[in-house]
Design a protein. Structure first.
Length: 256
């Protein structure tokens, strides 16, 4: 009704192009504030943000309650969406790895893999959370001696607890960078880390949505369908770089 009144009054009406994006909370807080200025630069673009766990995000996408979904992805924990109905583009890559505070490191309480007599305090994801399954993948090949002291389904909660010296948390590089890397350091080496893809999905039947089509074309153009594309490099600016080395196996046991 307000738009009609403006038009009847002879004033030009300029509407923002609008898209609906679903993404996990960790990505919404760590990545979206850096993504959005680049995405909306020189465009009248607005968006609705839907935040939730991966199950809820997929449900929102397949129910057409959002236009696209952006999430973390790993081949051993894939997002099951019919490629004939949904197209995807990789926006970048980052690592999920263990972090501890400098204070805890100084006390010798965060050395992996830990010992049976001195287990590592663990800040873990709640069972069933996507990141919990990813951490389980890591610990299958690189087990540790540890005891769970805190569980949460939110990365930001575990990040805050790690900053306060309460234990070791597996966090993405984006989450740690967003926290300012204050007194948080990666520990344990690459055998306790896992590379993740940042992937966007959308339904293929959206030919009539001009704003979404233009937005998606821009994502595809910059990423070139590869994690190392131009967009990924731009989005990764400011994240600390980590070295890599061949993983090695070491016996151990995870205490719960």
């Amino acid at each position: 009704m307000l738009d009609s009144r403006v038009e009847l009054g002879g004033k030009p009406l300029r509407r923002n192009e609008h898209i609906r994006i679903a993404l996990p909370f960790a990505m919404a807080t760590a990545r979206l504030p850096h993504w959005w200025p680049a995405w909306s630069q020189e465009r009248r673009l607005s968006c609705s943000v839907v935040v939730g766990n991966i199950h809820d995000l997929v449900t929102s996408l397949v129910s057409d309650n959002v236009d696209l979904m952006i999430c973390y992805h790993h081949a051993q924990q894939p997002i099951h969406l019919d490629p004939d109905r949904y197209e995807r583009v990789t926006l970048g890559t980052e690592f999920l790895r263990p972090y501890a505070s400098e204070a805890l490191m100084a006390k010798g309480g965060a050395s992996l893999p830990g010992r049976a007599s001195h287990p590592v305090p663990l800040l873990m994801y709640s069972p069933g959370v996507y990141f919990a399954r990813l951490v389980d993948l890591i610990l299958e090949t690189a087990p540790i001696f540890g005891v769970r002291v805190i569980e949460s389904d939110m990365s930001d909660v575990l990040c805050g607890m790690a900053l306060s010296g309460r234990g070791v948390a597996w966090l993405t590089e984006g989450t740690v960078a967003a926290s300012g890397r204050k007194r948080l350091v990666p520990i344990g080496g690459d055998k306790w880390a896992l590379p993740l893809s940042l992937v966007a999905f959308r339904g293929r039947m959206h030919d009539g949505q001009r704003a979404l089509n233009l937005f998606w074309s821009e994502l595809c153009r910059h990423s070139a369908g590869h994690a190392g594309g131009g967009l990924a490099k731009g989005l990764a600016k400011g994240l600390a770089k980590t070295g890599s080395r061949p993983p090695a196996k070491r016996p151990g046991k995870l205490l719960s």
